[in-house]
Design a protein around this ligand. Structure first.
Ligand SMILES: [Fe+2]
Length: 305
């Protein structure tokens, strides 16, 4: 049946200009994705010339030189990598002062900073909503399941929640790094810093520090700092983690937009019955108890600096 309002909504959505953040994220995925694809392409070329050099009755010096050139290019490609884009130009003071206390500088991999057109509290709600990993990141996390919340601890500055996650598909690409079932930690370090710690094979970790700073009542800065103690080439790890974080943030944009349209103040004042029924939101409720009354004051303080 013809639905003029649906047609109008569709026309409006395709005529709206894309946000600069969306463009920056797509550019990141393209740039780092292309760099990653270059590695198997160069390896293939080098192996192909190497095999050709030894397969004929006569040893082919030209093919050997092509193979060696390919290997040298591969070495340079991986070691030099890609420069990080600091076009935003924003270095967050809070991020700089806190990160060394939580993750050693030797484990630093990369940092990405974005100015997002959503209220700061929407970002906090999104980060502390464990369940959204299943619903919103179904594509990037390959149908990851949040099985249960196994532990919750309140701390002076915030709290920590541990929850079990499961990769039920044998083809999930995340199995390259982690066991199918692992306990992930989500920690509030301060009103502006939240950490996600994912265990990988061999007692190693990938840590993601989210630094969220309000700019005004409609915008905030999000800085994503990536740390890992995995013994992989750093440039390779950087490209993979930046592609992954850009993809997940791209998936988050419609969700943040949806939260911004809701009365998010209401999210911070839920009844105790509703709270008890939602174990996955315990950390968010802890944040609301600690910081709800003072967030507007802090926001003004930050704007004054
Ligand atoms: Fe998300």
């Amino acid at each position: 049946m013809y639905r003029p309002e649906k047609v109008q909504a569709y026309l409006t959505s395709i005529s709206e200009s894309r946000s600069p953040v969306e463009d920056a994220l797509k550019r990141n995925i393209f740039k780092y994705g292309l760099w990653l694809l270059g590695i198997p392409a160069i390896i293939y070329g080098a192996i192909d010339r190497g095999v050709a050099a030894f397969s004929g009755p006569v040893f082919d010096v030209t093919d050997v030189s092509y193979c060696l050139i390919g290997l040298v290019i591969l070495l340079g490609w991986v070691c030099i990598g890609l420069a990080e884009d600091h076009s935003d130009g924003t270095i967050l003071k809070a991020a700089q002062s806190i990160d060394s206390a939580i993750a050693p500088a030797s484990e630093y991999i990369a940092q990405q900073t974005y100015r997002l057109p959503f209220p700061y509290l929407c970002q906090v709600y999104h980060l502390l909503n464990v369940q959204h990993l299943e619903d919103i990141h179904r594509f990037s996390l390959g149908n990851l399941k949040v099985v249960k919340v196994s532990d919750f601890q309140a701390t002076q500055e915030g709290g920590k929640i541990r929850f079990e996650t499961m990769l039920d598909s044998p083809f999930n690409v995340l199995r390259m790094w982690r066991n199918p079932v692992v306990e992930v930690e989500l920690t509030i370090h301060s009103p502006h810093q939240i950490e996600l710690k994912v265990p990988t094979y061999g007692q190693k970790f990938i840590r993601v520090l989210f630094n969220v700073l309000p700019l005004n009542d409609k915008e905030h800065h999000l800085s994503i700092q990536l740390f890992s103690n995995l013994a992989w080439p750093k440039e390779l790890l950087k490209a993979i983690l930046i592609v992954a974080s850009s993809l997940t943030l791209l998936e988050d944009l419609p969700y943040l937009n949806h939260l911004a349209r809701r009365n998010y103040d209401r999210l911070f004042s839920q009844t105790s019955e509703k709270r008890r029924s939602s174990q996955a939101m315990q950390l968010f409720h802890r944040y609301a108890d600690l910081y709800n009354g003072s967030w507007k004051y802090r926001q003004m303080q930050l704007l004054d600096n």
